[in-house]
Design a protein around this ligand. Structure first.
Ligand SMILES: NC(=O)c1ccc[n+]([C@@H]2O[C@H](COP(=O)([O-])OP(=O)(O)OC[C@H]3O[C@@H](n4cnc5c(N)ncnc54)[C@H](O)[C@@H]3O)[C@@H](O)[C@H]2O)c1
Length: 451
């Protein structure tokens, strides 16, 4: 039974030779479903969470990315996209695209429970000549392991790994602009995957499922490593009383061999997790760098927490703490706080300063999101910082960069600290009006040099 009220016209289904059923329709499942439907394919969306299905079937569909919401609405109206509340056997050969979460456990192992149960549900309804494409990010070897399960059930299905390489905030647009990587368990599976994804743009066949799994993990690990390297240098500067931003700007001028990323927490659901997934594909003796990169974010948060605690120790209790910006990133803007460094800091502060009043404001996250994070929601940045002893600028949303810092300092508590995790509140001045101290992560304060 369809969970939305629109009936799918059988004639419309028969018109397109290519059909896809997306299993797991959160961020990337909705994006690939909407993208394929926008290119004329018949797409079915299935998620085992009724809240997710309602968001997809609603009018308008609930997405932070407006282009994705428009595409879903247009495809539903054209009867090329439907939302279902269970999987059922299809009358035509179908491509199942698995987009379920692939988390790691607290001890760093791959938690395959969601992907395994999704594939088990597909096997229950699949028939020979169907294909299963794994789009979730997985450790090397997972697609072939899942293929062996389908074979053990006597099904001759085509399995391929077809990763999503979008970035948060651009997941829909990136389906078309970023080449689609594919890697089949065999040549026939690869050919099916090429045919399905070709309507989106360039498709690159890596020649095997394992190579494609590695390629996805390599791309994210590379990015995470670059961020971790910039943050490691920023942490050196913090302890040496140096300004990493000034050093990066000066050394990059007319010097092409050093182009570091801007320092700041990485956050998000993917990058830190994918480094761990790659580490899980590697013997420990070969994974020292990967483990170092994994630890980098924890070290950054610990270093910042120490500075915030030192400031709060000088304040009269109960302190008022403002978390300004807690989506995990502000550019491109997302309404996603998974892996948010600002939230990790807030949780630590609440534990260590139980009397403190924690308030929150974010340019994209709703009041209910803020409440869910156990912060008192504020209607504006100004309201959040009003009377605050400490304000953490927790992401790089452009609104934070356009802030009248002097005006904010005037409404903060005298002698407050403004701690900017991403260097958006520039230009830096050590002291703002009202005796407010300004600190940008990576800009060590003179006198902090440790020999
Ligand atoms: N978010 C991104 O920008 C991004 C980018 C590239 C790759 N990825 C990868 O894509 C995968 C999914 O990420 P996401 O951000 O879309 O996750 P998500 O949490 O937003 O969505 C996953 C969805 O799967 C559903 N689900 C879980 N188990 C299911 C099951 N057995 N059957 C049906 N539905 C089920 C959940 O209800 C949820 O809606 C992960 O492996 C992630 O690493 C994500």
């Amino acid at each position: 039974m369809n969970s939305d009220s629109e009936q799918v016209c059988p004639a419309a289904i028969e018109r397109s030779p290519l059909r896809a059923t997306v299993v797991g329709c959160g961020t990337i499942g909705a994006a690939i479903g909407a993208a394929l439907a926008s290119r004329g394919l018949n797409v079915t969306l299935y998620d085992n969470d009724p809240v997710c299905r309602e968001a997809l079937a609603g009018n308008p569909p609930l997405f932070a990315e407006p282009d994705m919401a428009q595409a879903v609405l247009a495809a539903r109206t054209a009867m090329r996209l439907r939302v279902v509340d269970h999987l059922e056997r299809q009358p035509f050969p179908t491509h199942y695209i698995v987009c379920t979460p692939t988390p790691v456990t607290t001890t760093g192992e791959f938690d395959a429970s969601a992907i395994d149960s999704a594939v088990a549900a597909i096997i229950d309804v699949a028939q020979p000549d169907d294909a299963i494409f794994i789009r979730s990010t997985v450790p090397i070897g997972t697609t072939r392991r899942l293929a062996a399960r389908t074979e053990s059930r006597g099904l001759d299905l085509r399995l391929a790994f077809t990763p999503d390489r979008s970035i948060g905030g651009c997941t829909f647009a990136d389906q078309f602009s970023v080449p689609q990587l594919i890697g089949g368990v065999d040549g026939r599976a690869a050919a099916r995957a090429v045919a399905l994804f070709a309507p989106l743009g360039q498709v690159i066949d890596l020649g095997g499922a394992e190579a494609a799994e590695a390629a996805k993990l390599f791309a994210n690990t590379w990015r995470a490593t670059m961020f971790a390297a910039a943050n490691a240098l920023a942490m050196v500067c913090e302890t040496q009383g140096l300004d990493v931003h000034a050093i990066f700007a000066a050394t990059g001028a007319n010097y092409p061999r050093f182009s570091p990323h801007r320092p700041g927490p990485v956050g998000g659901a993917c990058l830190p997790k994918d480094v761990r997934l790659l580490a899980a594909s590697t013997p420990p003796e070969a994974g020292a760098l990967l483990h170092g990169v994994s630890q980098s974010e924890t070290q950054l948060i610990a270093l910042v927490a120490t500075a915030l605690d030192a400031h709060l120790a000088t304040r009269k209790a109960p302190a008022r703490i403002a978390i300004a910006g807690f989506a995990f990133k502000g550019q491109p803007a997302v309404d996603d706080a998974r892996g948010s460094a600002a939230l990790a800091l807030a949780e630590g502060l609440r534990a260590r300063w139980p009397d403190a009043v924690l308030v929150g404001w974010d340019a994209t996250m709703s009041a209910s999101h803020i409440e869910a994070a156990a912060l008192i929601p504020q209607a504006s940045l100004h309201a959040a910082v009003n009377g605050a002893d400490l304000a953490v600028f927790g992401n790089n949303h452009p609104v934070l960069a356009q802030t009248d810092l002097d005006g904010l300092a005037l409404v903060a508590a005298p002698g407050a600290l403004f701690y900017d995790l991403y260097g958006v509140t520039v230009p830096y001045r050590p002291t703002l009006p009202n005796g407010v101290r300004h600190h940008i992560f990576g800009r060590g304060e003179p006198g902090e040099r440790q020999r």
